[in-house]
Design a protein around this ligand. Structure first.
Ligand SMILES: Cc1cc2nc3c(=O)[nH]c(=O)nc-3n(C[C@H](O)[C@H](O)[C@H](O)COP(=O)(O)OP(=O)(O)OC[C@H]3O[C@@H](n4cnc5c(N)ncnc54)[C@H](O)[C@@H]3O)c2cc1C
Ligand SMILES: *[C@@H]1O[C@H](CO)[C@@H](O)[C@H](O)[C@H]1NC(C)=O
Ligand SMILES: *[C@@H]1O[C@H](CO)[C@@H](O)[C@H](O)[C@H]1NC(C)=O
Length: 587
């Protein structure tokens, strides 16, 4: 099936540019106006009313802040106006999420668990009755929502959940039974999106379990929650176990199709990921301002420390990481607003990059601050603790990397199958074989010019565009090689899949910043030259990493090292810890 996704097409070695050039620009005049109207009070609320360190110490959010957020409409940002929400789009939501991310990520998770995943299913899959019944109270924050997927024995492997929902003997409702773990807002929510196995009879009479999604109210009875978990960070956000003990769920509270719940869960998560990149872009911006404020004032060895090369490299890298993160967030949000449906790989890249880049930026901020960075009063150690969870939840970055590589490979593999079929009946498919055949020959002798998008970028980026197009071509050739060599067994080659994923992240990153900076020139942004400087370094370093990652999955020495590392890990696991004998004991 054809797709407009840039990253998906990358796996065929093709540059599909619909979603990446020009950089999305989706807001109308009116939408911009509305945004600037809510931005200001939103900023004021966080700065004047909220005390992130106090929320952290007390592990709760000040009631006045919660009330003000409700009055501002922060609980229903994307709910359509007819259901009592603010009716904003993804891009506007992202911009507001940034403000929150720059102030208190704990509040971010409270609000995000509510609207980005808690009731998102009702927005995406709810029927009119469900929307009318639930959205108005959720949009105003009168009722709080939570998303219940994880269980003690199923985290990443979400389809293995044990919670059951069985039709009652009288057929009037489902009986829900099971336990959910680490649910954000789990202790305070009134409305839950719950995923459970529902037994279904197949045509041959065999019973199979399939996941279904349900809207469950606390007041149905049988819903209890555990005490708030004690956590490393995002402490003011409630995380709790939620138990369902023979809860009677009315038939009309099935969300989407019965048996179609896994798709519901994945689409809710996919459609919320851009929000994390936006929020963390705000966090990074705040960190950078704090690092710079220190670096431009602190004097050591008779100089402001920002004049030292070691500090300059840190500040430059922090700024480049932020530029890229911000670009990814608005690239994805913009494409979602344009109505594209195939953004899941790009959204996953945004989440992975943002959560790792924000960690890097915050950690470097602490380093630039020196000892004071380690002190609570500076406020950054709290940010670092808050940031750690972002690489773990809503799909661990490890799982998302595999998701990107495997989804792309499957797409490319399907394409290869078509090619093989075409080979069986050459007369009918001359055009296709010719196109493929010539591409292959060119690759083999190194003649191909590769996909070109010179005409889409500012002339200043001719070298970078060339590097990106070479990287894309190299990527396609590598995918082809891996599929030929490993066929289906590629799914078990995680050392390789991770490197392929990293290469795809770097390539999408290059193209994204090329698109954004080219637009900045077109619009005569005063920062265009500064952006161009960042793009040059980002692209140079990214293309080097791409080449290194792509050659490592074919290089015999690297492949041997991967096998050796698997052996090392096995030895360590068998020894219940390090396997090497202590140097003073071995004699
Ligand atoms: C503060 C907090 C809030 C949360 N909020 C919610 C919420 O609101 N709703 C909800 O449903 N859940 C929530 N979660 C759960 C969260 O989504 C899970 O923790 C996450 O999905 C990972 O699952 P796990 O912890 O069981 O780790 P596991 O799945 O057990 O993974 C452990 C490690 O193994 C790796 N791994 C697993 N499988 C593979 C594989 N096949 N190949 C390679 N590596 C693999 C993982 O990447 C990870 O590094 C929350 C968790 C926390 C800590
Ligand atoms: C639900 O779980 C409880 C306790 O675990 C158990 O006693 C009960 O039989 C279960 N009910 C159903 C319908 O599975
Ligand atoms: C992938 O990239 C991340 C971020 O740069 C890095 O930490 C990780 O080690 C890379 N993984 C592999 C397998 O190269």
């Amino acid at each position: 099936m054809a797709t407009n996704s840039f990253v998906m097409n990358l796996f065929n070695g093709q540059a599909k540019l619909d979603q990446v050039f020009p950089f999305p620009d989706v807001l109308t005049e009116e939408q911009r106006e509305i945004l600037s109207m809510v931005k200001e009070p939103c900023e004021r609320l966080y700065l004047d009313l909220n005390d992130p360190l106090k929320n952290d110490a007390e592990e709760s959010i000040n009631e006045k802040v919660v009330e003000s957020l409700k009055n501002l409409g922060a609980f229903g940002i994307m709910v359509p106006v007819e259901y009592g929400g603010a009716g904003l789009n993804n891009t506007q939501y992202a911009r507001l999420g940034e403000i929150m991310g720059g102030n208190d990520l704990g509040i971010g998770i409270f609000l995000g668990a509510h609207q980005s995943i808690g009731y998102k299913g009702i927005l995406l899959y709810g029927n009119n009755e469900q929307k009318n019944k639930y959205l108005p109270d959720l949009a105003t924050g009168k009722r709080i929502a939570a998303f219940c997927l994880t269980e003690p024995s199923s985290g990443s492997d979400a389809s293995s959940i044990q919670t059951k929902a069985e039709l009652s003997p009288d057929g009037k409702h489902y009986i829900l039974n099971g336990s959910k773990l680490w649910i954000s807002n789990g202790g305070i929510a009134d409305v839950f999106t719950v995923f459970a196995q529902t037994p279904q009879k197949k045509a041959d009479g065999e019973i199979v379990n399939k996941v279904s999604a349900f809207i469950v109210e606390r007041q149905f009875g049988g819903v209890t929650s555990g005490p708030p978990e004690k956590k490393m960070g995002i402490k003011c956000s409630n995380t709790a176990e939620v138990n369902f003990d023979n809860v009677k769920v009315p038939l009309e509270n099935v969300m989407g199709e019965i048996g179609g719940g896994f798709k519901v869960a994945m689409n809710i998560l996919n459609s919320g990921r851009f929000g994390m990149a936006a929020a963390l872009s705000g966090t990074m911006k705040r960190c950078i301002a704090q690092a710079v404020e220190h670096a431009t004032n602190r004097v050591q060895f008779g100089s402001k420390i920002h004049t030292f090369g070691a500090i300059q490299e840190k500040i430059a890298r922090m700024s480049m990481a932020h530029y890229l993160c911000e670009s990814l967030a608005y690239m994805v949000a913009g494409n979602m607003d344009k109505g594209y449906k195939d953004f899941q790989l790009e959204a996953a890249i945004g989440k992975i990059f943002a959560s790792e880049a924000a960690w890097f930026v915050c950690d470097e901020t602490i380093q630039v601050l020196g000892g004071i960075g380690f002190m609570r009063e500076a406020g950054v150690e709290k940010v670092l603790r808050d940031l750690r969870i972002f690489r773990i939840f809503e799909g661990t970055n490890d799982i998302l990397r595999l998701f990107i590589a495997l989804t792309g490979l499957q797409y490319a593999g399907g394409h290869l199958k078509e090619l093989q079929r075409a080979m069986n009946n050459p007369a009918a498919n001359m055009g296709m074989i010719f196109a493929e055949g010539t591409k292959r020959v060119f690759r083999a002798v190194g003649l191909s010019s590769g996909p070109s998008f010179q005409e889409y970028v500012n002339p200043r980026f001719s070298k970078e565009a060339d590097a990106a197009s070479k990287a894309i071509q190299h990527f396609g050739a590598t995918v082809e090689h891996l599929l030929m060599k490993y066929n289906k067994n590629i799914i078990n080659e995680q050392f390789l899949l991770n490197r392929l994923a990293n290469a795809s992240i770097d390539i999408f990153s290059m193209v994204t910043v090329l698109s954004r900076a080219s637009r900045s020139f077109e619009k005569n942004f005063p920062s265009a030259e500064h952006e161009a400087n960042m793009v040059e370094v980002i692209c140079a370093e990214a293309s080097e990493r791409v080449l290194s990652n792509l050659s490592s999955v074919r290089n015999a020495d690297n492949l041997k090292n991967f096998k050796t590392m698997a052996k090392i890990s096995n030895a360590v696991c068998e020894s219940s810890g390090v396997a090497h004998i202590h140097p003073i004991d071995g004699m």
